[in-house]
Design a protein around this ligand. Sequence first.
Ligand SMILES: C[S@@+](CC[C@H](N)C(=O)[O-])C[C@H]1O[C@@H](n2cnc3c(N)ncnc32)[C@H](O)[C@@H]1O
Length: 335
Amino acid sequence: MCRVPPVELCTQRSSLSKRRGFVLRERERDLEREREVGKLVLLYRVSSPDRPKMASKLAQNSRSMQHKKVAFWFYRFLSVVYDERCTGVAWTEDIRDTAIAKADLCDRRLKVLDVGGGTGYSTLGIVKHVDAENVTILDQSTHQLMKAKEKEPLRKCTVVEGDAEDLPFPTDYADRYISAGCIEYWPEPQRGIKEAYRVLKPGGKACVIGPLYPTFWLSQFFADKWMLFPKEMDYVDWFSKAGFQDVEVTIECPSWFRGARRHGLIMGCWVTGVKNTPGDSPLKLGPKVDDVSKPVNPLTFFARFTLGSFAGIYFVLVSYYLWIKHLIYPKGLAI
Ligand SMILES: C[S@@+](CC[C@H](N)C(=O)[O-])C[C@H]1O[C@@H](n2cnc3c(N)ncnc32)[C@H](O)[C@@H]1O
């Protein structure tokens, strides 16, 4: 997969993201207005995460990798080749650095959490702006973290094994929260975003980088079998409900996608929000539903693992398909 040539950033990015940022900021204002007049519930019902509880539970159950233990074992194997095979195609250093820039790492003394930091691929981008001793990498996978520990520029980072949905940090702790490519495995994304809010200091900023739901039916089918592919408004709703202000969404894709969104994006959506007031999130949730230590039926586990791996292969093939199309199609033509 790394044999794909380095990519430039999609040229449509700035206008597209500006437009979307504008639309979503407008939407934010609408949410504020609705909140004031007490119509929030109605508004959320008509917006996207808006599926009734039972339907959303069923959808989550069918997404094989949106499960902590399955994700743990998936990365047990993937960690061996993660840096060589899973980075550099859609999640290039260029795109990573542009995404991280959204977190405003404006001072080397900022205290930064990299949640779901894995092998430290994104952390390498973070320590370009912040001193490594101020950066904490958290992940639920020992095997991924072992790879991060081997990287010289990350030697001074603090490495913590833990769950993104239940962060082992005090309230009002960090200046920045960054999480790249992790939300898709969270059984309760709202809980993870609420935790991001809790651990940030007032004035702190969260930047979550994740996938975007496809619009083409076959890709939707495999996405729903694989892991969580949120829609733009899902992200906005999770951030807003957690208490974040100034929520912004940026969409980015490698140039060889030529703006094609129909097969979804794996790391193409970056969402940022600012915490303005101290303390925990105003959102109250019950106990968490999933834990990596929770026992799982071996048959269910095997079915999830196999199905999830196959569904993931579909998206690897789609990447090759788009890349070949990009090479064949005349320049400037949409693919
Ligand atoms: C696609 S990798 C991303 C790694 C890194 N952020 C990067 O940019 O390359 C996803 C990581 O999320 C971790 N992960 C998945 N679910 C998690 C959870 N609930 N808590 C903490 N880490 C989790 C996995 O172990 C894996 O290392």
